[in-house]
Write a protein that binds this ligand. Sequence first.
Ligand code: PXP
Length: 245
Amino acid sequence: MIRLGVNIDHVATLREVRRAKYPSITDAAALCELAGAHGITVHLREDRRHIQDADVYALREMLTVNLNLEMANNPDVVALALDLLPAEVCMVPERREELTTEGGLDVAGHLAELKPVVGELSAAGMEVSMFIDPDLAQVEASAAIGAPCVELHTGAYAQWSGAARERELQRLIAAAHRASSIGLKVNAGHGLTLENVGAILALPKLNTLNIGHSIVCHAVFVGLEQAVRAMLELLASDRDSAQQR
Ligand code: PXP
């Protein structure tokens, strides 16, 4: 069975946009677990634009499923991961100006910097994954630095349509095939939705899909009516009690 890791960064985005105390990241994670999610994924960005340090420690404390920490190769975040000890870490590229992770990590171009970090995180017991474009050279570079796992970037597949999407799907299939044939675990994610995830299920030996944005967006629509009704009920009951006074 393909596992689902739910990325709940955008729950923290909603909180941070008001610097409020809610919505609670741990309540959101608990609901994902209750629904059957196999893991919870969060990206602790260098600029802390959504997930905060306290969030990852709170999640580590309460989760019964795996916590997957997405992180750049930044010494402060690596030190935090070594203290936090999540079950999984996924190394991603990070640029402050970007809205979301754009493109995969250039593992082949940074072998010397990445290898010791992967070794250190693995030695501490974390399963380390490289978030890479579906490129055979990047798959092989990930194996060469000792990463046991890759997460294939499905963003281009998700964004494109027609022949371009089909070509990207074939690249994803080839990358998944190569990764699994050299003993790497294969995860994938980015931009996946109920509408586009179907073809991704054809990736050979797919282990986990990490999906965030579309699930949080969908949650707005499956929950909005209920949220408005709850407020209206409260307003109606308040008016009744006010009139009785
Ligand atoms: N995997 C990685 C490595 C990511 O950086 C992200 C986005 O934070 C995702 C998966 C999930 O992407 P989306 O939010 O588009 O589903």
